[in-house]
Design a protein around this ligand. Structure first.
Ligand code: ASP
Ligand code: CP
Length: 325
């Protein structure tokens, strides 16, 4: 199936001079506002192609290694689907215990091995900074699919794409992030990414799960107004995007601390009565108890649509780093 030859984003040949050819995607700090516009343009094309033809051959012959040291449903399967919809293939290492990691092989040796057989690696790892370490020893592109409590840049890009698709713009929006802002890597990436725009950020969390100072300082340096709260009530009526997160049980050093804060916020239809009608509720998922299932049918519940947007954004990113967009 030929690709869309009239598209400004999807050429036939590999373009080694393309801006993103061979680049790693490690942190959202790499992106400027115009990069986002470009990525969203490519993702939009990908959406159209998936809707029109399903699968096409833009990345035929290319191989992705999906190297996941931590559990994943969405990120690993959407990278797989993205690669396969583009005609490429995937080496899945979703359970590193069956790999030579169990024999003591280091992360750097593992990625050096996999890049011998593949064109790009998506890595999820429990340690903050692991993606940068892996990228440094690699010649092929590395995509950070979540490094501990550090960042989740492809999630933030799909989150931003969701906001654009659902609310059409960023400037002037009030975005409220709720839950585990300390360990939640998605909010670390999203707050940084949104600081490219004229947004207002509210952070709602228990005292022990506040947004890290490092992120607040970086975002503040861009002139963004940020406010911290322990309860949602007062700011829900002004919120355009409510970004809910799961309390990251697996990152707590002390199980008692987790018990104290688990289930601290629950979004349900009753609470949402005070929110605007034109606003969205997002969640990177998986959810545990922080959004009740009886809210799922509300048109403002954008979290399932958000997952689908992730496919198009990851298709765009793979095409870009492989010189095909
Ligand atoms: N899936 C997201 C992540 O891996 C959010 C979560 O697990 O709560 O960061
Ligand atoms: N949003 C997200 O990263 O989901 P998974 O942990 O299931 O990949």
């Amino acid at each position: 199936m030929p690709t869309n030859s009239s598209s400004p984003y999807l050429p036939f040949g590999e373009n080694k001079n393309a801006a993103w050819y061979g680049k790693d995607i490690v942190s959202v700090k790499q992106f400027k506002r115009e990069d986002l516009e470009y990525i969203f343009g490519v993702a939009h094309e990908m959406r159209g192609m998936v809707e029109r033809v399903g699968t096409f051959d833009l990345l035929k012959g290319k191989i992705l290694a999906n190297l996941f040291y931590e559990p994943s449903t969405r990120t690993s399967s959407s990278f797989t689907a993205a690669m396969e919809r583009l005609g490429g293939s995937v080496i899945p290492i979703n359970e590193v215990k069956y790999s030579s990691v169990t024999k003591g092989e280091t992360l750097t040796d593992t990625v050096r091995t996999l890049e011998c057989y593949t064109d790009v690696i998506a890595l999820r790892h429990p340690e903050t900074g692991s993606a940068a370490i892996a990228a440094k020893v690699m010649k092929k592109p590395l995509i950070n699919a979540g490094d501990g409590a550090g960042e989740h840049p492809t999630q933030a890009l799909l989150d931003a794409f969701t906001i654009k698709a659902e609310l059409e713009h960023f400037d002037g929006l009030t975005v409220t992030m709720l839950g585990d802002l300390k360990y939640g890597r998605t909010v670390h990436s999203l707050a940084r990414l949104l600081s490219l725009f004229d947004v207002k950020l509210n952070y709602v969390s228990p005292d022990i799960l506040k947004m890290p100072k490092e992120v607040v300082d970086e975002v503040g340096a861009k002139g963004i107004v940020q406010s911290e709260f322990s309860s949602l009530e007062k700011i829900l009526p002004e919120t355009d995007v409510l970004y809910v997160t799961r309390v990251q049980k697996e990152r707590f050093e002390n199980a008692d601390d987790y018990e104290k804060v688990k289930g601290v916020y629950v979004i349900n239809p009753d609470i949402m009565k005070s929110a605007k009608q034109k606003m969205i509720v997002m969640h990177p998922l998986p959810r545990v108890t922080e959004i009740s299932m009886d809210f799922d049918d509300d048109p403002r519940a954008a979290y399932f649509r958000q997952m689908e947007y992730g496919l198009y954004v990851r298709m765009a990113l793979l095409a870009m780093v492989l010189g095909k967009a």
